[in-house]
Design a protein around this ligand. Structure first.
Ligand SMILES: [Mg+2]
Length: 225
């Protein structure tokens, strides 16, 4: 069980972590916009755009990285298009998530491969935005996100800057940085840096190096001291 101490820095991935697979329609609505953006950029029909997207995902890690490398896409233009609220679905209100977040001592931030406005809108819909103290997003990462090591390095740098402005100090022990993530690929670099890893996924294949495994965010159990 995770110790709930004031030194803890809780870093939450947003998509499929702060809301779970049961709300997959949220990420699906975004995926649809991404395919439309690819179609708008490369031309052709929706199906061929979808194939290009799959190809970019495999070759570059994300659709955006492929669009930037192959089509000179401006990332902000990409996010402005895919984040148009009228086309998107957001996670439902959750007082339970709010209560859980509020019970966590220490600092609470979102660390996401999306642009901040997407997670901020989603958290406002869930009613948990007041419990999150900041969002460290892909834009602040200069568009090179998890699982690249540089993203985690920058996250640590961001914390070193941010925490003193909140009257808090950077934890001396890297294990006090806790990353909650639905993606093992994104958790592994955190583990290598000595952070505490929480795998939030109904998946039952859990590698040994994962510190804690919970199917859903609401399953998080903490020990108060
Ligand atoms: Mg995720």
């Amino acid at each position: 069980m995770l110790r709930n101490t004031p030194e803890k820095i809780w870093l939450f991935d947003y998509d499929l972590t702060l809301y779970g697979v049961e709300e997959r329609c949220v990420i699906n609505s975004l995926d649809h916009r991404i395919s439309l953006f690819v179609q708008k950029t490369v031309g052709g029909d929706f199906e061929s755009a979808h194939k290009i997207r799959t190809d970019y995902l495999e070759r570059f890690g994300t659709t955006l990285a492929g669009l930037m490398a192959m089509n000179q896409v401006d990332p902000d233009e990409f996010f402005d298009f895919i984040h148009e609220p009228e086309y998107l679905t957001y996670p439902k209100k959750s007082p339970e998530k709010l209560a859980l977040l509020q019970s966590l001592k220490g600092s609470r931030f979102v660390f996401t491969n999306g642009r901040h406005d997407w997670s901020e809108a989603g958290m406002a819909h869930m009613g948990i935005d007041t419990a999150i103290e900041g969002v460290f997003d892909l834009k602040q990462l200069d568009w090179v996100g998890k699982p690249h090591d540089i993203a985690y390095e920058k996250a640590e740098g961001w914390l070193r800057q941010k925490l003193p402005t909140m009257g808090r100090s950077v934890p001396a022990d890297s294990r006090d940085i806790v990353l909650l993530e639905d993606s093992l690929r994104n958790l592994e670099p955190a583990h290598r840096r000595g952070w505490t890893t929480v795998y939030v996924n109904p998946d039952s294949n859990v590698p040994d190096w994962v510190d804690y495994h919970i199917p859903h965010f609401l399953d998080l159990k903490i020990k108060n001291e």
